[in-house]
Design a binder for this molecule. Structure first.
Ligand code: HEC
Ligand code: HEC
Length: 245
């Protein structure tokens, strides 16, 4: 027993003398290494900031962490979208709050259309806006940037019904002959089915296709004519009018 204790003591003495004999360079190297490690840890913390903030929010507001994280990511996405909306000049045509100008009002647009159609509206207006789009196609935007912009558009609060557009929609309903087949108030007729409540059932993009390319939805032999030449905003106005049925 005494012998083993003696051995331990001797080896401890040996190790201490080794440590004190460690050259200054070695200590400096260790310090640099530690600093480097701290820097890496700080970078990790920085990259996890959103997650940490979300967790803090979850604790403070007693909501599930997954929900808090989603909210926090959405907030960041909206911020990026806002910058793109200003940077790409959407603001010049659609207004700071989507109130419209050279382009149509965008308030409530994300309630009317599905995500896919909205993405196409931004990147390939020739497909979504009909044969002669006035809006430039922003083909250079990446998928995540488009999502950011659409998330930003969703922050526009829908305004009151646009009375002028409704009036135009009503005139077009008569002028284009929808009235003859679908009735004065969408109640249906001999040839066309009732379309009452259709905007509650379907989003605008689906209804738009019904009107401009009915063969897609109703098969080739439909009696519903294809209104391929009707400008984008006129179709929009007609659907707004159908929204009152
Ligand atoms: C030069 C003017 C102009 C610019 C810039 C512009 N738009 Fe448009 N936008 C229009 C017009 C005009 C329409 C109507 C369709 C058409 O005629 O092309 C439209 C339609 C839309 C629609 C569909 C609206 C609806 O009610 O169905 C969305 C969404 C949209 N624009 C988003 C954007 C976004 C996002 C940007 C920027 C990345 C942008 N626009 C830039 C003029 C513009
Ligand atoms: C010649 C008659 C005719 C005219 C004109 C007409 N439609 Fe139709 N429409 C139909 C028929 C028939 C259908 C049913 C299509 C089918 O299922 O084959 C239909 C279907 C639709 C649908 C889909 C309804 C659903 O529940 O699936 C919409 C929306 C619609 N029409 C809107 C319009 C609008 C808007 C106009 C005017 C711009 C118009 N239609 C003009 C005959 C007509």
């Amino acid at each position: 027993m005494l012998r083993t204790m003696g051995l331990v003591f001797v080896s401890l003495l040996f190790l201490t003398s080794m440590a004190s004999a460690q050259p200054l360079e070695e200590l400096k190297r260790q310090l640099d290494e530690t600093r480097e490690q701290i820097k890496k840890q700080q970078e990790i913390i920085e990259s996890q900031k959103t997650k940490i903030e979300a967790l803090e929010k979850a604790v403070a507001e007693r909501i599930p962490p997954a929900v808090a994280e989603r909210e926090s990511l959405l907030k960041e996405s909206i911020e990026r979208g806002k910058k793109i909306y200003a940077g790409k000049g959407c603001i010049e045509c659609h207004g700071e709050e989507g109130q419209g100008g050279k382009g149509p009002v965008l308030k409530g647009v994300t309630l009317k259309y599905g995500e896919e159609f909205l993405a196409l509206s931004v990147t390939n207006s020739a497909i979504s806006h009909g044969p002669k789009p006035l809006m430039p196609a922003f083909t250079e935007l990446q998928a995540d940037e488009v999502r950011d912009v659409v998330n930003f558009l969703a922050t526009f609060v829908p305004g009151r019904e646009n009375q002028e557009r409704l009036e135009r929609g009503k005139r077009l309903w008569n002028k284009l002959g929808c009235l003859q087949c679908h009735g004065l108030k969408g109640e249906g007729g001999v040839t066309g089915p009732a379309v009452i409540g259709i905007t509650k059932k379907y989003k605008y993009d689906w209804i738009r296709l019904c009107i401009t390319r009915p063969e897609v939805h109703h098969g080739k032999k439909t009696e519903m004519p294809a209104f391929t030449e009707v400008p984008f905003l006129d179709v929009e106005a007609v659907i707004d009018y159908m929204n009152t049925f």
